[in-house]
Ligand binder design. Structure first.
Ligand SMILES: Nc1nc2c(ncn2[C@@H]2O[C@H](COP(=O)(O)OP(=O)(O)OP(=O)(O)O)[C@@H](O)[C@H]2O)c(=O)[nH]1
Ligand SMILES: [Mg+2]
Length: 446
C-alpha cells in the first residue's frame, strides 16, 4: 500500500542514517528527499513546501536531548511533522443504548456502497445490530448491488425499487430499523458530483429526513489533490463528521487524499484497502505514519526520545554536575527510572553503580515508594522544591497532610534526596550521565 510514499521515506531515512556526518548539507538533502517523495505522492505543493521547510528548520536548529543521536532526532522530527498533517485519530464510538444513524456521502464511484458493506461487517462484529437503508434511487442497480453485498454478510437491507424519492426511502428505512431496535442504521446515497446542484439538494433533504448522528464522506484515495476541493464542497452542504479514504491498495498515490482530507478538519476514521468486505482498516495516523516510515522500532525510538527529553534538559544536567539537585530534579529522576522499567535492572547493568550508596536489597522497596514520593514532592511549594533544606517540622507536617502520608515518610524522602545529592556531588554528575547513557542503550536494544 502506498509503495511510492513508503519507498521515498525509507530511502531518505536510510540515506540519513547511513551518512557519516549530519550537517547542514545532509539535512538539506534529507528535506529535499522528503519533498520529492511527498510531491510524488500527489500531496498539495503548498503542504509539501511547508512540511519540508519545517523539517529542515527544526533539524538544523533543534538540539537533540543529550543521549539521543542527532539522526534519530531528525527521524523523529519527520515523524512528528508528517503525523501533524495527517490530523488526529478518529474513533468510532457509538452508544449501544440508542439507534445511531450514519449517512454515507461522496461522489460517484468513490466506494460508498462497498464501504457500507465493510462498515456494517466491522460493526456487527462488535456486536452492534446493524441495518442498511438503500437511499440511492439514482443509479439503476444500486439497490441490487447493496443487497448482494449485505446478503453475503447477513446484514438486513431496507429498499424500495418503486420509490424514486430518496428522502422518503431514507425516512421509511429509518423507521423500519428503529422498530427492529437496530443500534446502527447506515444510509447509502447516490453518487454525486459537486457541481450537480440537484443531487446536492437531494443529499440535504436526506440529511434532513434522517438527522444523522454521523456523516461519513467517502473519498477515493487515487484522486490525489482533488480530494481537497471535494471534501470542502461536501462539507459545505452537509457537515462531515468523518472521512473514509478508499482504494489505498495497489498503486494509489494516496498521499494527496490523506493530506488533503485532513486539511478540511474532519478526521479520517477508516481506510479501504481492497474490494473485499474485510478490506477496511481503522485509521490511526501515528501507526500509519510509522508503517510508512517503515520502522518497526520507530515506537521505541519515540519512547526513548521522550524519556531522554524528560530526564535531561542540558541545564538540568549541568546543575546536577555542579552538585546541586532540586526536588524537581529528583522527581524527574524518580519518574524516569519508573518509566524505564525495573530500577534494579538498570542499576545492576551500570559498572560500579551497585557499589554506590543505593543498597540493591532496597531497590524493590524504593520502587514501591516512588508513587508516594511523587505525591509528597507535588505537595511542596516551588521554594521548597528548589531548596529542600528549608523544610522544618512545621512544613513537613503540612506536606505529610497534603499528600496523605506520615511525617516519617516525608523525612524518609528527604533522607533519600540527601543521599542522591551526595552521590551526585561526589561523582560530579558522572553517575547520572552513565545512567542516562545506559537508558538510551537499553531502549535501543529493545
Ligand atoms: N481496490 C479497491 N476498490 C474499491 C475499494 N472500495 C471500493 N472499490 C471499488 O470501487 C468501485 C465503486 O465502488 P462503489 O462502492 O460502487 O462506489 P459508490 O460510491 O457506491 O458508487 P455510486 O453508487 O455509483 O456513487 C467498485 O468497483 C468497488 O469494488 C477499495 O478500497 N479498494
Ligand atoms: Mg453506490
Amino acid at each position: 500500500m502506498l509503495d511510492n510514499l513508503k519507498q521515498g521515506f525509507q530511502g531518505a531515512i536510510k540515506k540519513l542514517l547511513g551518512s557519516s556526518t549530519v550537517d547542514e548539507r545532509e539535512i538539506k538533502e534529507f528535506a529535499h528527499d522528503i519533498q520529492r517523495t511527498l510531491l510524488g505522492a500527489d500531496v498539495k505543493v503548498q503542504i509539501v513546501l511547508e512540511v519540508s521547510q519545517r523539517i529542515e528548520k527544526r533539524a538544523l536548529e533543534e538540539k537533540p536531548p543529550p543521549g539521543l543521536p542527532r539522526k534519530d532526532h531528525i527521524v523523529k522530527i519527520l515523524y512528528e511533522e508528517f503525523s501533524r498533517i495527517m490530523g488526529e485519530e478518529g474513533k468510532l464510538d457509538l452508544p449501544t443504548n440508542r439507534t445511531n444513524t450514519i449517512l454515507m456521502i461522496g461522489i460517484q464511484g468513490s466506494g460508498k456502497t462497498t464501504t457500507i458493506g465493510k462498515l456494517a461487517r466491522t460493526l456487527s462484529k462488535r456486536n452492534y445490530r446493524v441495518g442498511v437503508v438503500a437511499a440511492d434511487t439514482f443509479r439503476p442497480g444500486a439497490i441490487t448491488q447493496l443487497r448482494t453485498i449485505c446478503d453475503s454478510i447477513q446484514i438486513p437491507v431496507y429498499g424500495d425499487e418503486k420509490e424514486k424519492d430518496a428522502a422518503k426511502v431514507a425516512k421509511r428505512g429509518m423507521e423500519y430499523f428503529q422498530s427492529q431496535s437496530a443500534n446502527v442504521i447506515i444510509v447509502d446515497t447516490a453518487g454525486r458530483h459537486k457541481e450537480e446542484t440537484g443531487l446536492i439538494d437531494e443529499m440535504k433533504q436526506i440529511s434532513k429526513a434522517v438527522s444523522p448522528d454521523l456523516v461519513f464522506l467517502v473519498i477515493d484515495g487515487t484522486i490525489g489533490q482533488a480530494a481537497y476541493g471535494q471534501a470542502q464542497a461536501f462539507h459545505k452542504a452537509v457537515p462531515v463528521g468523518g472521512i473514509i479514504v478508499t482504494k489505498l491498495d495497489g498503486a494509489a498515490k494516496g498521499g494527496g487524499a490523506l493530506a488533503a482530507t485532513a486539511a478540511t478538519g474532519a478526521r479520517i476514521f477508516f481506510i479501504g484497502t481492497g474490494e473485499r468486505v474485510d478490506d477496511l482498516e481503522q485509521f490511526s495516523p501515528t501507526r500509519f505514519v510509522g508503517r510508512l516510515l517503515g520502522m518497526g522500532d520507530l515506537q521505541s525510538l519515540l519512547d526513548r526520545a521522550r524519556e531522554l527529553e524528560l530526564v535531561a534538559d542540558e541545564k538540568q544536567v549541568k546543575r546536577m554536575m555542579s552538585g546541586k539537585l532540586t526536588m524537581n530534579d529528583f522527581l524527574v529522576q524518580i519518574e524516569s527510572v519508573k518509566k524505564m522499567g525495573s530500577l534494579r535492572k538498570i542499576v545492576e547493568s551500570i559498572p560500579g553503580f551497585s557499589q554506590m550508596n543505593l543498597p540493591s536489597q532496597n531497590l524493590e522497596e524504593i520502587e514501591g515508594k516512588m508513587k508516594y514520593w511523587r505525591a509528597m514532592i507535588q505537595s511542596m511549594t516551588e521554594e521548597e522544591r528548589n531548596d529542600p533544606d528549608i523544610l522544618n517540622s512545621q512544613r513537613i507536617k503540612r506536606i505529610a497532610k497534603g499528600s496523605g502520608v506520615l511525617e516519617r515518610d516525608v523525612k524518609d524522602l528527604l533522607k533519600r534526596y540527601n543521599q542522591a545529592k551526595t552521590v551526585m556531588k561526589a561523582s560530579k554528575g558522572r553517575q547520572f550521565r552513565a545512567l542516562m547513557r545506559q537508558m538510551g542503550n537499553q531502549q535501543q536494544q529493545q
